[in-house]
Design a protein around this ligand. Structure first.
Ligand SMILES: [Zn+2]
Length: 411
């Protein structure tokens, strides 16, 4: 009983955190916008943005509330153990069937929310470019990929525990590190399951990007343009992959609607990431996340009374893995960890901006950032607490001030 109460409290606290975020950003609405971003929206568009963000927040909150009810139902009763005993096969097959069942339920509950988000809200404000066919295809491929990755990760934990008992930690961590590394190396391959990537055509833009790249001491293998516009009007560019498999990818929405100067400036920012090996560092961040997960599993294995409180007498490990799979119970812990990772990520973004600015692309980068936030309907003045907890990029006004400061220093 005691552990059921603890789990329920953790779930409710996680939901309270989500409520707090909505409360803070609602209060932030009444504050004046920072001076350097006031020209991004005109009054009418700002009003539209307020409606848009209110609708999105409401939908997200409904989603969290329904999830909370479901998780409370699962983790204050013995439903999971009933399911487990009902499934056929041995301990391992039962578990991978449970993962499938969980992902299926999770996906089914998610569908109406994602549908409303994409085809009602995004559509209403003119951001949706997705057809129903792409929506279904994304769901199916996403489900299969997630299932394969989950089964691989949890099989490593299951296997190491069967062989090493309570000393499974280092082996499991090593195995997970290898899986993450390999899936990161092939991130280009995974991306191609969802999108078409074609080389940027020869021409002035390509030459400029190539020259910038070589000037920084790199040999460029390929620049790709991704057909992001088949989903939404969102604009982005990134460099992904590790080692030889690195690639720079520009969204077609960027290539089609931004000036050459702006694209080169965005590219210079990406080059800054490249120079500082930021992809590899972010990978370390996600490995840290698994330290928490493995830590939580170890605690639950060492305290078998937790599993037996939910009807998992002899197989505490399976129950522990289910708890981390239904990640909400550890929600608060991952939120704290994410705050650390986001802090690092914002630091990297500032450095990439500084790199672009010190190479003379500051002015164009500012104009690209402003156009991007306008086009993507970005939050121009997020609450500092929310930024600190989960923003991977500093808010736009902060980025602009920093680039301007860097430029002043340069002159
Ligand atoms: Zn960046």
């Amino acid at each position: 009983m005691k552990f059921k109460i603890i789990f329920a409290v953790l779930l409710v606290l996680d939901f309270c955190y989500k409520l707090l975020k909505v409360y803070l950003s609602n209060r932030q609405k009444d504050k004046p916008l920072p001076r350097n971003v006031r020209d991004v929206y005109d009054a009418e568009r700002y009003k539209l943005w307020l409606d848009y963000s209110a609708e999105r927040k409401k939908l997200a909150l409904w989603g969290s509330a329904i999830r909370l009810v479901l998780m409370l139902a699962l983790f204050t009763t013995n439903v999971l153990s009933v399911c487990y005993h009902w499934l056929p096969g041995n301990e391992y097959t039962k578990f991978i069937l449970l993962i499938a069942l969980y992902l299926l339920v999770n996906t089914l509950i998610g569908i109406p929310f994602q549908y409303i988000s994409q085809f009602k809200i995004e559509e209403k404000y003119g951001f949706n470019r997705m057809t129903h066919k792409t929506f279904v295809k994304d769901m199916v491929i996403g489900f299969v990929l997630e299932y394969v990755l989950d089964v691989a990760l949890y099989s490593v934990i299951f296997g190491s525990y069967s062989f090493l008992g309570v000393y499974f930690f280092p082996a499991a961590f090593g195995g997970i590190a290898v899986i993450l590394l390999v899936s990161n190396m092939f991130s280009g391959f995974f991306r191609r399951l969802f999108n078409k990537l074609s080389p940027l055509p020869e021409g002035a833009l390509r030459n400029k990007l190539q020259r910038l790249f070589e000037k920084s001491g790199y040999r460029l293998k390929e620049i790709y343009v991704m057909d992001a516009s088949k989903r939404s009007t969102n604009v982005n560019a990134y460099c992904g992959g590790l080692g030889k498999f690195k690639e720079i990818v520009l969204y077609d929405t960027l290539v089609d609607h931004y000036t050459e100067g702006q694209i080169v400036a965005v590219f210079a920012h990406e080059l800054g990431h490249f120079k500082h090996r930021d992809t590899a560092k972010l990978l370390l961040g996600s490995l840290l996340n698994f330290l928490i997960i493995l830590g939580a599993i170890t605690v639950m294995v060492m305290l078998p009374q937790i599993g037996s409180a939910f009807g998992f007498e002899s197989n505490g490990l399976l129950f522990a893995m289910l708890v981390v799979l239904f990640s909400d119970i550890l929600g608060l812990f991952s939120t704290l960890l994410m705050a650390g990772v986001s802090w690092f990520s914002r630091k990297m973004e500032r450095r990439a901006d500084a790199f672009a600015a010190s190479n003379g692309y500051g002015k164009e980068l500012i104009s690209a950032l402003k156009k991007m936030s306008g086009d993507d309907f970005a939050d121009l003045n997020p609450h500092p607490f929310v930024v600190a907890m989960e923003y991977s990029h500093p808010p736009i006004h902060e980025r602009i001030s920093l680039i301007e400061k860097k430029q002043r220093k340069k002159h």
